[in-house]
Design a protein around this ligand. Structure first.
Ligand SMILES: CC(C)(COP(=O)(O)OP(=O)(O)OC[C@H]1O[C@@H](n2cnc3c(N)ncnc32)[C@H](O)[C@@H]1OP(=O)(O)O)[C@@H](O)C(=O)NCCC(=O)NCCS
Length: 230
């Protein structure tokens, strides 16, 4: 694989003839964290309604960007077809704790762009950018009603489960039990598995309104999730 740096922020992957990974030469990844022309994508998801500037998201970005947060877009033939967002554990979406842990807040490749290893490309680009991290972590879901963060998909991207918690949602599909997994991918030999704060996980997250563990501002109790067996 030949890596061509066009600017500090643009990386184009061009497959050579011996390479087994098939990346489209027209695909590129842009780090939009500090690029004003892509600012709307810092506040919104890939698809859906234009983002209203959401106070909790702005507060989060103000805290996370100076401390190592990145959001990147996958652009294929000029279309935004994927994204990855990550941050050091201290400023990530999740209450994950560990040494030198970079946490994937979100990764998404649109269905129309599937089958080209773009998910893996986004993960590899993150690993290459974050050379000082000893491991990467994420969450995964099983038996959740949405198609998001499926465990088998996160495993295909290279993450392995470290533990899980069975929960119900206090506002949706009441009584339906699903599992949240703590996933990790060590990249150094001395990487130590991260842990998480289960109690804080039950509070959900406030930084992204499209997230399956989102805690709406209108839902006043502290926890959005319960441990039915806890
Ligand atoms: C997980 C995800 C990023 C993977 O991206 P992708 O570009 O489709 O996947 P890739 O082409 O990089 O493939 C990664 C691996 O998964 C496998 N894979 C992907 N889709 C698959 C499918 N439907 N069935 C079986 N295997 C599949 C690929 O074969 C590859 O495995 P391999 O290396 O063993 O060949 C993508 O499926 C996705 O965005 N899912 C939703 C993620 C999500 O919930 N985000 C939160 C939004 S709120």
């Amino acid at each position: 694989m030949k890596r061509v740096h066009c600017t500090r922020e643009i990386l184009i992957m061009i497959p050579d003839e011996h390479d087994s990974m098939q990346f489209d030469s027209k695909a590129r990844i842009i780090d939009i964290t500090k690029r004003s022309e892509y600012e709307k994508y810092l506040h919104r998801c890939l698809v859906g309604p234009p983002a209203k500037r959401y106070k909790k998201r702005i507060e989060y970005l103000n805290r996370a960007i100076p401390n190592g947060f990145h959001k990147k877009l996958l652009i294929v033939d000029g279309d935004v077809d994927g994204t990855i967002e990550y941050a050091p554990s201290e400023v990530s979406y999740y209450p994950i704790i560990g040494d030198n842990v970079m946490v994937v807040n979100c990764i998404w490749v649109l269905r129309k762009a599937k089958g080209h290893n773009f998910g893996k490309l986004l993960v590899e680009d993150m690993i290459k950018s974050e050379k000082h991290s000893s491991c990467f972590a994420a969450i995964a879901l099983e038996d959740h009603w949405s198609p998001w963060f499926r465990k088998w998909q996160m495993e295909k991207l290279g993450f392995k489960p470290l533990g899980s918690i069975s929960v119900t949602h206090n506002a949706k599909y009441k009584g339906r039990i699903f599992s949240v997994y703590l996933m990790w991918m060590p990249v150094t030999e001395d990487a130590k598995p991260p842990v998480w704060n289960r109690q804080r996980l039950l509070e959900g997250i406030t930084m992204c309104i499209a997230h399956p563990l989102y805690h709406p501002q209108t839902y006043k109790p502290r926890q959005i999730l319960e441990e039915p067996y806890g």
